[in-house]
Design a protein around this ligand. Sequence first.
Ligand code: ZN
Length: 549
Amino acid sequence: SEDSDGEGGLGNVSRVVIRPPGHSGKAKRGHLCFDAAFETGNLGRADLVGEFEFWFNFTVDNVKQDQRVIFNIVNINKKKNLFKDGMTPIVKSSGRPKWQRLPKCDVFHYKSPIHQNNYVLSFAFAFDREDEVYQFALAPPYSYSRLQSYLSVLETKFPENRFQRTTVCHSLQNRKLELLTIDHVEKPDKVDSKNKLRVIFILARIHSGEPPASFVAQGLIEFLIGNHPIAQILRTNFIFKILPMVNPDGVFLGNNRCNLIGQDMNRTWHVATEFSHPTLWAIKKLFREYDQSDCYQLDFVIDLHAHANLLGSFMYGNTYEDVYRYERHLVFPKILSTNAGDWIPENMMFNADDKKTGSVRRFCCEKLSDNVNAYSLEVSMCGFYLKGTQTMTHYTDDGYMRLGRNLARTFLEYYRFINVLPVPLASEVRSKRGRPKTHCARARSRIRREVQARPKTTRTYAPISYKDLSVCYDSDTSYEGSPIRSNYYGYGFGTRSTGNIYLNQDQFSLLHIQASKFNTLDFSTNSVRGLQQNPLLGIVRPTTRTTTT
Ligand SMILES: [Zn+2]
């Protein structure tokens, strides 16, 4: 429509004002202003009624007090998705900068006959404050700038060489491919085939529209460079190489899966060239160097992803003709499954089909030596059901980071399992478990008492936080991925909410639109007929500059 003429760079709308038909002149309050021309923004077009990518991220301002709107995202074509399981868009505003989930009753996903039977995601929303900018997204964004400032903070916080930060190469748009090396291994004088130094590679954000992967990576990094005794053992025995953002251009541009030239980064490993895929090219070179080295042994390549169709966390792996190699390949996911409370074993898949040729894990299993175990670690964009219950737990930032910490702990158990690290003796464990001897305990110990055997319990690992069972998405990443605005609006990178402005977490849920008005619409038949009569209806469409696979 003519209203969409002002599209911003790279297919995103840039402050497009939606006016009713026949209106000209200055926009009035209530003529919504859409914007996605900022880092990680994604909105291709906005229309007054009038293929798919899952990722969207845009802002709306110039709203009217109590204005009620239905947003229709028209190119959500994947039939199978998590909307039926309670995944809903998240929202925040300039005055309330924590992300919150929209209530399920206001979100609909259905087949629309007037959109060639494609699927449409509709959500109803009531704006409550005229002077605020509202931002809607599918998942909490994790931008390139955020990663840069996070790494700078780490550098100042850990000055004593806990890790090295290097730039492997630059992307097509000259952004950095960052590499963190965590290596406190004491190098032996002579390295032979028996005492090679073991190297673990972790990759994240090959798919730029999967920000949860960045939170998992952050959890892993923080654990590994922290003071936890497990981290100390891991640091002094293994070399960790973490590439936290493999597709920095795609992340910056708000793409779903692709890089600048529109190619799915996890389907092009076998055809990557230095010219068109500089980051993949550089990583492949790194892999080969370590794999063919005389003093290093590449043990793991783990690629972090987020999944829009499945719940919980799980792994994808490869299948091998060599049954022993296949057995070895199954060990790590098995141990991780016992560590992660959100693990869903039914979602795991081990395959060797042609469709996934060009993914990291297939590339590694075909081109690198037999000892390399390559996996994709997936985590849901939505949440998971607590074991044995019908309660959906939505992931929070910390829920994702916990998976990263669980991943780190699993390396310890794995290397103990394969006898690379010594297994602690039962006596050592027992002595550590004992309570410190106090005066009372010493006094009591002289009295001989019959010790009753304790009832046997199964030891459960610390589960994901259960505290956020409400629809609120309690996020600490208030300003991340938000457009940079003047201070007047309260936006800006690197600043944090003091917590004062944000007194009432439930503001949005208290403001539910009179749902009955929307619920009476029959979305299954002639869905949008009723909606067309609503003058405030907006249709929004994420950019289609990406390919799907
Ligand atoms: Zn992915």
